[in-house]
Design a protein around this ligand. Structure first.
Ligand SMILES: Nc1nc2c(ncn2[C@@H]2O[C@H](COP(=O)(O)OP(=O)(O)OP(=O)(O)O)[C@@H](O)[C@H]2O)c(=O)[nH]1
Ligand SMILES: [Mg+2]
Length: 307
């Protein structure tokens, strides 16, 4: 939809590392041209190697075997085509992007994730994304745990040209969020994006803090936050999936931002995430600059793996 934001082939380009390793292995399997036991176990290894995950891989390959039997498929290239179809089907839960409704002003997006996953950078990218749609965006520095985190968000705010609401380091993140919501209302902002801490003394504290921020926002608007997006670093692969499970237990997530797709050969994690968490991937980070951000597109993603 907002094509001004998407460079052609952006997702495909960011998948270079994943494709190089996945497609090389797949191509040599398919070249043998025989659907044998060895072929199936090779396919399993290839998928697990791309970090599709053991559970998701086994289910996928079982499904393909049943289909191949039923449709009397002997040809490996046909199996490859079936694999592409099944991978795409796994991603079909991906919801449409998050259109900002004028009815929910401000539209509140809470950004959560472990430290270093790319939250603050993604917030800057997201701010720019909505700004490009003529939305007025306000950022909230609710990661008050690290002094540098507040400064970092302010610098991004300046670069993107959006205001940042911040308190002193160590301040109560709930109080910052409360004030920021009031400021957003007074300034007629369309969208409020909340940066949160990725690390506190304990994981328990972190989850409690996220709950508290949400609760405080709800004092202003019972429907806030309208979105809670988990930022996940694709490089961390299956560990990222474990983090996602923990966040999902603590906060009602509405979707994911998958960062650093450009830095990993394990882009197959996308399938494990979709399958296991049943959460849509809404955006992907494809590099370190503001431009390196795209709406997730299942078709482009799967095409990018095979071409
Ligand atoms: N290559 C690449 N690097 C990224 C991407 N997104 C973020 N990064 C880098 O990842 C590092 C951490 O990003 P931050 O945005 O500071 O992460 P954070 O989650 O806010 O970290 P904390 O505030 O410590 O919790 C930075 O060096 C970013 O430039 C991406 O899509 N691709
Ligand atoms: Mg940060």
């Amino acid at each position: 939809m907002f094509s001004l934001f998407r460079r052609p082939q952006q997702i495909k380009t960011s998948l270079t590392k994943t494709r190089t390793s996945f497609l090389t292995r797949l191509t040599s399997l398919v070249a043998k041209n025989e659907v044998t036991e060895e072929f199936w176990s090779g396919l399993e290894e290839t998928l697990i190697g791309a970090d599709v995950g053991v559970e998701t891989t086994i289910e996928l390959v079982d499904k393909l075997r049943v289909r191949a039997d039923k449709e009397r498929v002997r040809d490996t290239t046909r199996v490859q085509a079936m694999l592409k179809e099944e991978l795409l089907a796994l991603l079909r839960i991906s919801a449409p992007q998050s259109p900002i409704s004028n009815l929910q002003s401000p539209y509140v997006i809470l950004i959560v994730g472990v430290n270093g996953s790319g939250k603050t950078t993604s917030i800057a990218k997201l701010a720019r994304y909505y700004k490009a749609q003529d939305k007025k965006v306000l950022l909230v520095a609710a990661d008050t745990f690290r002094a540098a985190a507040i400064d970092q968000l302010k610098i991004w705010g300046q670069r993107v040209g959006v205001d940042v609401v911040a308190h002193q380091p160590g301040a109560d993140p709930g109080a910052v969020a409360f004030d920021a919501w009031q400021a957003a209302k007074a300034r007629h902002a369309d969208c409020l994006i909340v940066d949160t801490a990725g690390r506190l003394q304990t994981k328990f504290n972190l989850m409690k803090e996220l709950e508290k921020i949400a609760r405080v926002l709800q004092k202003n608007d019972p429907h806030a936050p309208h979105e809670t997006l988990l930022v996940l670093d694709a490089v961390t692969g299956q560990n990222g999936l474990q983090q996602a499970r923990e966040f999902k237990k603590a906060t009602p997530l509405t979707g994911l931002i998958l960062t650093k797709l450009d830095g990993t050969a394990k882009g197959g994690i996308v399938f494990a995430i979709a399958k296991e968490l049943q959460l849509p991937i809404k955006f992907v980070g494809t590099g370190e600059t503001l431009d390196d951000f795209a709406e997730f597109d299942a078709q482009e993603f799967v095409d990018g793996l095979f071409e």
